[in-house]
Every structure is written in C-alpha cells, then in structure tokens.
Design a protein around this ligand. Structure first.
Ligand code: MN
Length: 445
C-alpha cells in the first residue's frame, strides 16, 4: 500500500494489511456503519472499493449496536463497534472493526478478528482520523487504485469537524499524498456554495453573515458595487473581486465582535476530486443533509454516483439552509432573551435548536454569554447549550452544568464543555435557566 508516505506506525499498518487480506479472501461482506455523515462516508469508501473488485456487500446504517448480527458473512463495522469487541471476538466469522471513538477496550483480537482503534497506536482519533479516513486506509491497503476514493473518506473526517483550522495528522498526510498523486486538487475558497454567488449568499448559514445572509436587496447591491454578476459560480470569482467580497463579508462579522479565528474560518482550502468535481466541503455538507433527515442510504447512493440521489441531497441541503436562514434572521433582527450571564430562546422544532444555538453563538449573538435553546415536547423540555472557546477557557463547562442542574430537576443532561444538552420535566424550564445563570455567574462573576 502507499503506507510509507503516510508514515503509519508499523503495527497499525499490519492491522490494515490483515484486514485487506480478509477483503481479498471473501466475496461478500456485511457492513454495519454509523448513521451519521462520517458513517456514510465510511460505507461509501468501502462500497466503492468492493464494487471495483466485483465483491458483494450489504450495508446497514445504525444508531446503536445491532441486536442480531448476520450469522455467516464476514462483518465490517465502521465508525462504531469499539464498545462491543468482546462480543464480536466470540463470533465464528471474520470481523473487522474500524472505529475512531476513544473507548478503552483492552480486548485481544482472536482469529480473523481485526480491531483498529487509532488511539491504541498513539493516533488521536478525535482529531486526526475518522471512520471515513480509517475506511480509506483499508481501501488503499486492499488496492492502491483506491487512492481515487480519497474525497469520500476525507468528507467523513470533515463531517466529524476534523477540518476546523485545516486537516492535521493522518488526515493531512492523506490529503498531501492524494494531491501528489493527482487525485485531489487544492483550491482556496470562500466556504459558500449554491447556484451562483447571489444564491450562495442567500443561503449562507454556516458561515452566516449578519446583515447580508438571506437579504436579496443587500446582496444585489453588494454584487453591483463590486461589479460581480449574480450568477458567477463561487469558484470562478476572480481574485480581485474575491478579495473585495471577502473584506465585505469579514466586516459584517467584525461589526458583531465575532472572534478572529471564526472570521478567518469563512475561507480556506477545499479539496476537489478531479474525476467527478466533488469537493470535500460540498460532499460533507450533502452527507450531513442526508443524515439529518435520517436518509443515510441517499447519501450512499450519491457517493456511488447516482445523479438523482445527488439532486435529492442538494434539495435537502437547500431546504435546510432556507429554514435556518429564516430563523437566524429572526434571531439577528429581534435578538433573544437575556439574563445576567446567559441568553436563551425557545424553538418549536426539536432537531433545529442545537444547530441554531450553535450558529447563533458563532456568528450573531453576544460572545460573552452561553446561548441556550429550549423546545417543549409533550411532557418535557429539551435543551441545547452552546459556549465559545473563550468562555470555556474562563472555566465554563456546559456538560458539567447540564448534568448537575438536570439531576436537581429530575431530568438528565451532559455533553462537552462547549456544547451540551439536557432533558427536564415540563414547567421546570424557568428553574433550569435560573440555575444555569447562577452556575455561569459564579464562574464569570
Ligand atoms: Mn466518526
């Protein structure tokens, strides 16, 4: 395999070689993968690799470990499985597990059992390699021709937020080698996409530009001033005009006191597959759109080259962006409720409030207070909390606060320091907000 340029630790390379010989030896496989975008990306890479070699496979997308496993085919688990190695080790058939989640396993793999967890080899699975890129490493160990699948693997890594500030570690080595082999082309671009620049700005919700996103008249005016035709594709904007447009967009964020590292993240490298024009940025957002509405199969079909699947995924992405833009504009124009140390809003749709709180926190709202989104559902209130890196640095730990407060209110909660959530009984939402305000206040003073 192209192992050397990737500088893989020898023992993990042995693992991929052993897994590749299982792919060689058998003709049909059962793939179980996580139902999120990285899981789709993992399945895409392996499906494409197996199809090229005329091998059969059957794929299932799962949110939790299956109750019943296929009884005879070799099993491949991607982007999950690490918590169940004991059970998998006892099966008769070959099992390959490619999972980057850090689970302390300590299971010695038995005959024809290959468990590849990057953390076991000193590789940071949270930042440097994902289910998609692990699957890609297996694909190239199986057949070097699979270097052409790199865009699919890297889309998974990007979906797992491993491209924030640029790919690092193993992901980055894959990028560099794929570029060297002529499989990917690097382009520096604004992270916008749509039919043309006007459409892209109309739908720009991540990044979101205060005062600009979703406002047709303003966008037309800006484009006219710069002398840009509204239908110009984003990647065909000349570098002069790109610079002018970028500075206007940057200004809209600076005026809202958005921190520099966020402002800088509106533009960056994208990696384009020369064969089909798909890019890592565009592909991972399409896969996220499919996963968001529980249609991972659609994402897989799109990766397998089905043009109608691509159109459907684009439609899902655009519908979602329109919804988000509508809500973000309201948040921007009307503001949200303020307490001394937190800010909050109520949202009707449960699945959107976390993302709204996240995008609001990033691009619109006061950076000095954590943002809380609440949704009432039946007999409970679902809550999402988002902070900034700076708030976390000053000692805010939303995961801990959510756990403690929810427990006090007969609910449950937890998560990360910067993003967390809770579910509490109905009518305890005001109390939750008071306690959260108090917790945050104790830290920020
Ligand atoms: Mn993953």
């Amino acid at each position: 395999m192209g192992g050397d340029p990737l500088e893989l630790p020898e023992d993990i390379r042995d693992g991929f070689e052993a897994a590749a010989s299982i792919l060689d030896e058998y003709d049909k496989f059962r793939i179980y993968t996580h139902y999120d975008a990285d899981g789709i990306s993992s399945a895409a890479v392996l499906s494409r690799a197996l199809m090229r070699s005329q091998k059969g496979f059957h794929t299932s997308f799962l949110s939790s470990f299956p109750e019943k496993l296929s009884s005879d085919l070799p099993l491949i688990f991607t982007d999950f499985g690490n918590s169940h190695l004991d059970r998998l080790n006892q099966l008769d058939q070959p099992v390959i597990v490619l999972d980057h989640h850090n689970t302390d396993i300590g299971v010695e793999a038995g005959k024809e059992k290959i468990f590849i967890n990057p953390h076991d080899f000193g590789i940071n699975g949270a930042k440097e390699v994902s289910g998609g890129t692990l699957s890609f490493l297996l694909a190239i160990a199986f057949d070097e021709k699979n270097w052409s699948q790199s865009v699919y693997g890297l889309a998974g890594a990007a979906a797992d937020k491993q491209n924030i500030g640029g790919f690092t570690g193993l992901n980055n080595k894959i990028v560099e080698e794929a570029v060297k082999r002529g499989k990917l082309e690097v382009r520096n671009r604004l992270y916008l996409d749509g039919e043309g620049i006007e459409d892209s700005l109309m739908k720009a919700c991540d990044p979101y530009f205060p005062g600009i996103s979703g406002r047709k008249a303003t966008i037309k005016k800006i484009l006219k001033e710069i002398g840009l035709d509204s239908s110009t594709p984003v990647n065909e904007i000349s570098s002069d005009k790109d610079r002018e447009l970028t500075s206007i967009l940057v200004l809209s964020l600076m005026e809202n006191n958005i921190p520099t590292h966020i402002v800088e993240s509106i533009k960056g490298k994208d990696f384009i597959d020369d064969e089909n024009g798909l890019s890592v940025e565009i592909l991972y957002k399409l896969l996220n759109s499919c996963a968001r509405v529980s249609k991972p199969g659609l994402g897989l079909s799109l990766c397998l080259g089905d043009p109608s699947a691509k159109e459907k995924a684009e439609k899902l992405r655009d519908d979602y962006r329109e919804q988000m833009i509508r809500r973000l504009r309201v948040i921007e124009e009307e503001g949200i409720e303020q307490m001394d140390h937190i800010q909050y809003f109520y949202e009707e749709k449960r699945t959107r409030k976390g993302e709204l709180a996240g995008l609001g926190m990033l691009y619109i709202l006061s950076q000095e207070k954590p943002t809380i989104g609440l949704t009432k559902i039946d007999d409970r209130v679902d809550i999402s909390c988002r902070a900034t890196k700076k708030l976390v640095k000053s000692g805010i730990d939303l995961g801990l606060f959510c756990r403690e407060i929810a427990r006090k209110l007969d609910g449950s909660g937890g998560g990360h320091d910067i993003a967390a959530g809770a579910t509490i009984p109905l009518n305890k939402d005001k109390k939750f907000l008071e306690l959260m305000d108090e917790h945050v206040g104790k830290i920020l003073g």
